[in-house]
Design a protein around this ligand. Structure first.
Ligand code: CP3
Length: 353
């Protein structure tokens, strides 16, 4: 393992452990991306997955938002779909349309097309990008590693791309529960290895994105998503207990109480749940992350400030990581992103005692 410079800003790590902090830490999902002119300029000459696969470029893009805003964490520039690629599926990123799998999993027989990769070999480019970024950060803020959750990855692998309903993938859960469990279990094995490898490469926090948890009924979530999320949280926690784990299961409100006991330090929230209600449901067992509506950033900076302060007040000062309830949009104005970040910085908590 490499030696890295000491960390100067550990607000995120302390908030994740629910320790007292002088100020709530803030980072933003998709903080590197198309809303930044410097990202668009770089992408004009490079295909999406070429950026992801070239550690120098991934490092550069990871650092772009940190040059502009006083963020309290970097998140490595990559994508959750590098794992289906490592298992042998082709994935393309079509500009303006999103991910596309030319040959998705159609039938159970297609599972035979998947191979269990040597993670440190097949995903070496991301591990190298993490080490390179960690060195470039020189201890300014912690670096977040990440992966997609088994269900969300299965959803793309079966559907072949984005979808409003993920009906085809859900069809598998209802029609072929056994084959679905086999696929989810294979993904889980790979993801546990992958997160541990990311930590060894230099990730100081890891986040699991279950972006499509919300299309599942509570029953399906408990059967096909939660057990695998739990296995990842617990196995990574056992292997590398010092590194905080965040789970973001978008739309999984019905299962928040269970998510708070699934082996994670932090539960990420989307904007459709009230922070106080989320605190009640999770009962102080975990820190919470989120959850301003990304569309609130279309408001004027003064309104953004007010809404952000209101959100901080609702979460309270302990065990909260400020973020949006989902990623930034390509048409967000960087000045409005700044207003959000600065509003977190200049918030003075109302005395509670
Ligand atoms: O700054 C960061 O957040 C780090 C980088 C990051 C990306 N994708 C870069 C990206 C992260 C953490 C992800 C995770 C990811 N990828 C998720 C989970 C988070 C979420 O948004 O729910 C999902 C579902 C994906 C799959 C994916 N990748 C989709 C659906 C798309 C299309 C998005 C769109 O709006 O068109 C991508 C592409 C992608 N991943 C972009 C970026 C910056 C935009 C593509 C481009 O530059 O052309």
């Amino acid at each position: 393992m490499t030696d890295f410079p000491p960390l100067q800003n550990d607000l995120l790590l302390r908030a994740a452990r629910r320790e007292p902090v002088e100020r709530t830490p803030v980072w933003i999902m998709r903080q590197a991306g198309r809303y930044l002119p410097e990202y668009r300029a770089l992408r004009a000459d490079e295909a999406f997955f070429d950026v992801v696969r070239t550690p120098e470029l991934a490092t550069e893009v990871t650092l772009q938002p940190l040059r502009r805003f006083p963020l309290d964490a970097a998140i490595i520039f990559s994508d959750i779909l590098v794992v289906p690629q490592a298992l042998g599926l082709r994935v393309e990123m079509i500009p303006g349309r999103g991910p596309y799998f030319p040959d998705p999993l159609r039938t159970v027989e297609d599972l035979r097309r998947l191979r269990r990769p040597d993670v440190r070999e097949a995903l070496r480019y991301m591990l190298e990008a993490i080490t390179m970024t960690r060195k470039a950060l020189a201890g300014r803020v912690p670096l977040i590693g990440f992966c997609g959750a088994p269900w969300t990855l299965m959803a793309y692998m079966v559907e072949g791309g984005g979808s409003k309903t993920f009906a085809r993938a859900k069809g598998w859960l209802y029609r072929q529960p056994e084959a679905s469990h086999r696929l989810l279990s294979l993904l889980t094995d790979v993801l546990v290895e992958f997160l541990i490898a990311q930590i060894d490469a230099g990730a100081q926090v890891v986040q699991v994105f279950d972006s499509w948890a919300g299309v599942l009924s509570p029953d399906l979530f408990r059967t096909f998503a939660l057990p695998y999320l739990r296995r990842i949280g617990e196995e990574v926690g056992k292997a590398r207990p010092e590194v905080p784990r965040i789970v973001f299961a978008r739309g999984a409100h019905a299962s928040l109480a269970e998510l708070a006991e699934a082996g994670y330090d932090v539960v990420g929230l989307d904007w459709t749940i009230d922070p106080r209600q989320a605190r009640e449901l999770t009962g102080g067992r975990v820190a919470l992350q989120g959850n301003l509506d990304p569309c609130a950033l279309y408001a004027e900076p003064e309104t953004i400030r007010r809404l952000t302060h209101r959100m901080l007040e609702a979460f309270g000062p302990r065990g909260h990581i400020a973020n949006l309830g989902h990623g930034l949009h390509p048409d967000h104005n960087p000045d409005h992103v700044r207003a959000f970040v600065e509003a977190v910085h200049d918030y003075v908590p109302v005395a509670s005692e």
